[in-house]
Ligand binder design. Structure first.
Ligand code: CDT
Length: 309
């Protein structure tokens, strides 16, 4: 039986602060319809796809930020997306800010099957940026103020005829993210991102944003024999220019499809999940070649320990 999944990376252009959820959901539905017309069965949206990237502003009291978070999913505003996806028989991956009944705040993504069921939920593990106000910056990246790191780790779910994993933005820069899913037999990793082109702590990296984005996703895909679908919210949002360059990477590490602009746009590729075995059954046959007995510090040690004291 064929295990080809036609996937659409549904990149978003900027979402300005005054755009309502209803307006954003209309954009998501337009992309969904375009993807469905192109034969896609899975549509992947970016990180924090319902709002502007609000961690760029500081608020002392987080309760003032409650309006950026979703308390339930689907919500009244997102129900039209769920309804249209089910009608079209298309599943999706959606990133958003989650506020739980216990008052916890997570940077979250869900996986929705073609029949409208939420089959997976992932809460961002590697939360970047800073936890305190840094008023000298041109803009904040205070994700560590707004979000608690996810405690559930990296899941892999049986869906779309294969094994699907999720990660969010900064997770893609860490090899552990891919490997933990690789050890669960992942065949496709979905990842939304918001990556400002200007990296305030070290502007020498600005010109390398697209290079680093491709570097990490292509190597993560190849080293784990998995597809990686990376989807941006790009363009100039509230004065901050962000990387677009959404792409679908195969288990060979090759880019199969990518967006060309920095606005709302889809890039589509046929992903044959059986292709993963060419890598996980040969060069990256984990069971045969991995050496966990010498990898201990990866799981137990956080920072660098110099052996020469
Ligand atoms: N959203 C997110 O995780 N963005 C980071 C920006 C760099 S850290 C300030 C990223 O890794 O792309």
């Amino acid at each position: 039986m064929s295990r080809v999944v036609r996937v659409a990376a549904a990149q978003l252009g900027p979402i300005q602060r005054d755009q309502s959820r209803t307006q954003v959901v209309e954009r998501l539905v337009s992309l969904l319809r375009a993807a469905a017309a192109d034969g896609a069965s899975l549509v992947v949206y970016p990180e924090l796809a319902l709002t502007t990237f609000f961690p760029r502003w500081w608020v002392e009291d987080l309760r003032e930020a409650d309006h950026w978070y979703e308390r339930e999913m689907p919500s009244a505003a997102t129900q039209p997306l769920f309804d249209e996806a089910r009608r079209l028989g298309v599943g999706f991956h959606l990133g958003y800010a989650e506020l739980t009944p216990d008052g916890e705040r997570y940077n979250t993504a869900i996986l929705v099957e073609r029949d409208g069921r939420i089959v997976g939920r992932y809460r961002k593990v590697h939360v970047p940026g800073h936890e305190r106000h840094e008023p000298d910056r041109p803009f904040q990246h205070a994700e560590r103020h707004y979000f608690t790191p996810g405690r559930e780790g990296f899941g892999v779910w049986r869906a779309f005829g294969g094994r699907i994993g999720m990660m969010i933005c900064n997770d893609r820069r860490w090899p552990e993210s891919y490997r933990l899913m690789g050890l669960k037999g992942v065949e496709m990793i979905l990842c939304g991102y918001n990556t400002p082109l200007h990296y305030v702590p070290d502007p020498s990296q600005d010109r390398l944003q697209a290079f680093h984005n491709g570097l990490v996703m292509q190597s993560g895909a190849y080293q784990n024999g998995t597809f990686v679908v990376g989807v941006a919210k790009g363009g100039v949002e509230e004065g901050v220019d962000s990387l677009a360059d959404s792409q679908i990477v195969g288990p060979s590490g090759e880019v199969l499809a990518r967006t060309s602009g920095n606005g709302d746009e889809i890039a589509v590729a046929d992903c044959d999940l059986d292709w993963c075995r060419n890598y996980t059954g040969t060069l990256f046959d984990f069971d045969r070649y991995r050496r966990p007995e010498v990898y201990g510090p990866i799981a137990s040690q956080r920072g660098v320990i110099l052996e020469d004291g």
